[in-house]
Design a protein around this ligand. Structure first.
Ligand SMILES: C[S@@+](CC[C@H](N)C(=O)[O-])C[C@H]1O[C@@H](n2cnc3c(N)ncnc32)[C@H](O)[C@@H]1O
Length: 305
């Protein structure tokens, strides 16, 4: 089945200080964007030319633009993590930014951010049960509706390998896109990002490493295929823009891994050898998976039909 709250707590609750050692300063746990695409519309030269911190800010900016947010708009981040995109959107300009996550540690971290109270709200809530607050008004004054949505690599938690084998992936993803469509008015936009799965490795060890990542680091989850997403957004959303971010995610995970390796002694001493070995295996597998097209990443601008 889909990642449960216990699964999510296992994925994100080693504890916040552990992730702070190797993520960027703002704690984005998703692919950064190392180029201009989505802004000036041209692909940059060899990446990375910018720091992880700059590239994460760029990623958030692309999705903010895709969601057509401005300082008059209210936005919901579905699967908001440690609140990194919300932090960015408040700085870029937003009337209010709300977030939902299934992780208790992440909510605690979000609440400790130094953001204006009147602008932000976070809930520990499964998206499938979430109901927008009754007091919410979009920029048109419509109650219970957001102006725009953002969701960054949260859909990867929704369908398990077992469900995919039963042929349920597209219906699970469509349920997500349909449900989110109820939270905005027609014409509203959604800045969406997902990790993808693509080619299947041939070597037993590579298959084992990928299975380890799915079963131990992200239990209950499976990355969608791009074609499943394209089918599942119908009939509620039209895809207006799509950027493949495999190379960006390669650069992101390589930088996470580089930073992680710098802290071996601290990690072994504080969190134990098993955490060190698990994350060593997971992060090195991520870099290889992006290199060899086993995995990829996509950003989409979706408009509610
Ligand atoms: C890979 S993290 C990405 C976090 C954040 N978007 C970022 O860019 O750093 C996935 C997030 O999705 C959340 N999530 C997974 N399943 C969820 C669900 N059913 N409802 C709400 N949030 C969920 C997790 O709690 C986590 O915050």
């Amino acid at each position: 089945m889909t990642s449960t709250q216990a699964d999510i707590d296992r994925s994100y609750s080693v504890d916040n200080e552990f992730f702070a050692l190797w993520l960027d300063e703002n704690m984005h746990y998703t692919s950064a964007a190392y180029d201009d695409e989505g802004h000036e519309g041209r692909r940059g030269a060899a990446m990375p030319e910018m720091t992880l911190e700059e590239a994460q800010e760029r990623k958030a900016r692309v999705l903010y633009d895709f969601a057509e947010i401005d300082s008059t708009k209210t936005v919901l981040d579905i699967g908001c993590g440690w609140g990194s995109a919300i932090d960015c959107m408040v700085r870029f300009g937003v009337r209010q930014a709300h977030g939902i996550t299934l992780s208790t540690e992440q909510i605690r971290y979000c609440e400790q951010r130094n953001l204006p109270r009147e602008k932000v709200a976070y809930w520990l809530e499964d998206y499938a049960k979430f109901v927008p607050p009754q007091t919410l008004r979009n920029a048109n004054g419509t109650p219970g509706k957001y102006d725009g949505l953002v969701s960054i690599e949260m859909i990867d938690h929704l369908c398990s390998p077992a469900q995919a084998r039963e042929g349920l992936a597209v219906s699970i993803y469509r349920e997500y896109f349909n449900r989110l469509a109820e939270w905005v008015e027609p014409g509203a936009c959604f800045g969406f990002q997902a990790i993808l799965r693509n080619r299947i490795p041939r070597a037993r060890k590579d298959l084992d490493d990928l299975a380890f990542t799915a079963d131990v680091i992200f239990p209950g989850g499976l990355n969608p295929r791009i074609e499943e997403l394209i089918v599942a957004i119908a009939p509620k959303w039209e895809c207006e823009k799509l950027i493949m971010r495999r190379k960006d995610y390669r650069a992101t995970t390589a930088e996470w891994y580089r930073r992680f390796l710098l802290h071996e002694d601290t990690i072994r001493a504080r969190w134990g050898n098993q955490v060190w070995e698990d994350y060593d295996r997971y992060l090195s597998t991520c870099v290889k998976a992006m290199d060899l097209h086993w995995s990829g990443d996509v950003q989409m601008k979706l408009r509610r039909i």
